[in-house]
Design a protein around this ligand. Sequence first.
Ligand code: KG4
Ligand code: ZN
Length: 343
Amino acid sequence: MLLLAIESSCDETAAAVVKDGRTVLSNIIASQISVHADYGGVVPEIASRKHLEMISVVIEEALQAAGVSFADIEGIAVTQGPGLAGALLVGISTAKALAYALGIPITGVNHIEAHLLAIYLERSVEFPFVALAVSGGHTHLYLVEAVGRYRTLGQTIDDAAGEAFDKVAKLLGFSYPGGAHIDRLADRGNPGAIRFPRPLMHDKSYNFSFSGLKTSVLNYLKKNPHAIEGDFLEDLCASFQAAVCDVLTGKVAAIVATTGVKRVVVAGGVACNSGLRREMARLADQEGLELHIPSPLLCSDNAAMIAVPGDYYLKNSIISGFDFDALPVWPLDSIAERLTSGS
Ligand code: KG4
Ligand code: ZN
C-alpha cells in the first residue's frame, strides 16, 4: 500500500511517501525553527500560519521526490494529535480534502505512537519492548506489547527532557531549540566537572522530573557567572547532559530489571542526543539488551514515521472517516480502543 503521510503537530511541516509502512520513498521536512527562534519557543499561531504556507509545497515535493503522482497514492495517514490544535488542524484539513478528492481512505495517527514505531522504517523489532519517548513535549516510558497496545509505566511530572535541554540552552543564551547545541558543546566538555542532581533517580517510580535540574543550572550560573564562557561552558553542558542521561538510562535499567523485557527502543527528538545514545549503548552492553534507536533524521519530527502506524491501521480497516477532530492531548494508553472500535 502506497501512503502519503502528513505531519504538522508542532513546528515542522512534513510529508512523506511510504510503501507498506516500511519503505521510505520520500521524507520532506520544512522546519520552522528560524521563525520561532527569536521568541524562545514555538508560537502556536505563527506555527499554524507557517504550516498553511508550506503544507502544499512539502506534499508536492514528497510526491516528486518519490517519483509518484496523486493517482498512485492509496491511503493517507495524518497526525491527529497530540500537539498544537491549530497546527494539527492544518495537516488534518489538507489530508481530509485530499482523501475526499482522491476517493481514498484516511487514518489519524498518534504522533508519539509514530515516534515509537519509526524504527520499523529501518529494521524489524519484535514485541514486547520497553520504549523511552523523549521529545520536546514528552518523556514517557512505555511497555509496547503490539502495535496499538501501549502501557505507560512512567512519565515526567513537570518538564520533558527536550524542554529541559531547551530551557537550559536559553539560560546559556542559545536560540530555540537549543538541545542540539548543548549536545555539540557537551561533546568537548567534562561530564564530571559539576555534580548536578539526578532528580527521582532512585525513587521507586518510573517517573521523571527535570524542572529542579534546570533550576540547579540557573543557581550554578548565578554563583559562577564565568561558567558561560569557553571551557567552562563546555563542562557545564557536559555535566547537565550527563545528569539528564543518567536519569533516563537509570530508569530504563530499572524497568528492564523489573519487567524482564530486554528489548529497548529509544525515540523522539532527544534520542538524537549523542550522550544519550552512548549511555544507552553502554547499558545495553552491560545488561545484554537488544537496543534500537532510529537514525537521527527519523528520531526528530518527520512524516515518514506517521506512515508506520498509518499503514497498520489502514490495512486493518481502522479508518477515520471525515469527521475526526484534532486531539491536542491523546494518551497512548487509550489507543487500544481504536483496535476494537475500528476508527
Ligand atoms: O520529537 P521532536 O523533534 O519534537 C517534538 O515532538 O517535541 O523533539 C524536539 C526536541 C527539542 O526539545 C530539541 O531540543 C530536542 O528534541 N533535541 C535534542 C537534540 N536534538 C533535538 N536534545 C538534545 N540533544 C540533541 N542532539
Ligand atoms: Zn515529536
